[in-house]
Write a protein that binds this ligand. Structure first.
Ligand code: COI
Length: 331
């Protein structure tokens, strides 16, 4: 059996080596190049490909794989919103993802960045770097004094709830699929509007499906408390960036944690030093003292990367062998 992997980064190579050593029966070939209609032909002869979410996987790309007789794709990440699923279905693809590589990686990042926003760390660090060691005006707020609205109580949302409860925060949660543990704790509110009205901080942990796109917009922001803090470590298109920029300007939103951005494809995980972003709004957001931008690195821990590599290759082999895998995506 042969598995061909695209977009393998240097930080993934030790985990890949480990997996290969444990699976001598599988021939592994890989490239740093991303999967495109042009690079698809390099996978000729493979039973399946392993990729991660870096580019849109269009009908053209899927067709190019199908032309090589490849009808399976194993993602090393969780999100499948970059795949033309209609084309994938029509072309008879089996797709796996890594549904839980490390929910803690992402939840911890959200919690850490939230705490940093509340303690005004960006402003304080800038002052200290200039040798200004005065206390004022960078007085902070305590996590335990906040009501945090967690939108989405899947694996990541639930770990975040645990972490924030450790700090003593009051949690309200909303999800269309209720989790029994969260329900037992009585954390659910009945509607998003109720969550917006009650929360000092709102943290998003839902997928990018059409119902959620731009859920944070001018109208939803108007329903939130004055001075609300927004946390988005989920997907960039959940947030209407223009609406958030306007709300940061007016003070309606007092701070924002952004690990994802609406137009991040082709921008994040690239070196822009000395170059201009194609989207000037990002410059503005990065420069704001009350906005913490990270380039989709919430997931980026040694544990998560290891799980992403190992679980995706396990799934690729299982699919190629016609076996069950818990990571098969139903679409
Ligand atoms: C995901 O797993 O879906 C992520 O957002 C991580 C990234 C490597 C695409």
């Amino acid at each position: 059996m042969k598995i061909y992997a695209y977009g393998i980064r240097d930080d993934e190579k030790p985990s890949l080596k480990e997996w290969e050593t444990a699976h001598p029966e599988v021939e592994v070939a890989f490239t740093q190049e991303l999967l495109t209609p042009e690079t698809a032909k390099n996978a000729a002869g493979a039973d399946g490909v392993v990729v991660y979410q870096q580019l849109p996987y269009t009908r053209e790309t899927l067709q190019a794989l199908a032309d090589q007789g490849i009808h399976q794709m194993s993602l090393r990440n969780v999100g499948i919103d970059n795949i033309d699923l209609k084309a994938a279905k029509e072309l008879g693809f089996k797709i796996s993802n890594v549904a839980a590589y490390s929910p803690n990686a992402i939840a911890e990042h959200a919690a850490i960045q939230l705490a940093r926003i509340l303690r005004r760390s960006k402003e304080l660090d800038a002052k200290v770097a200039k040798r200004d060691l005065r206390w004022a005006p960078t007085i902070g707020r305590e996590v335990r004094m906040q009501t945090v609205g967690v939108v989405g109580t899947g694996r990541i949302g639930r770990v975040l709830i645990q972490i924030l409860q450790g700090f003593g925060a009051k949690i309200v949660a909303y999800d269309i699929f209720k989790n029994p543990d969260i329900d037992k704790q009585g954390l659910y509110v009945d509607s998003l509007n109720e969550l917006y009205a009650k929360s000092d901080v709102i943290s998003l942990h839902v997928p990018s499906v059409k119902e959620n796109i731009h859920m944070i917009n001018k109208d939803s922001i108007a329903k939130m408390k004055d001075g609300v803090v927004l946390v988005n470590v989920a997907r960039g298109d959940l947030v209407d960036t223009d609406a958030v920029v306007a709300a940061l300007d007016s003070g309606k939103v007092s701070g924002m944690v952004m690990d994802v951005y609406e137009n991040e494809i082709g921008i994040f995980n690239e070196d822009w030093e000395g170059k201009k972003f194609p989207d000037a709004r990002l410059d503005d957001l990065i420069d704001r003292p009350n906005v913490l931008v990270t380039p989709h690195t919430a997931f980026y821990t040694t544990k998560a990367v290891l799980e992403m590599v190992h679980q995706s290759f396990d799934a690729a082999v299982a699919i190629a062998n016609g076996q069950e895998t818990r990571n098969l995506v139903k679409f």
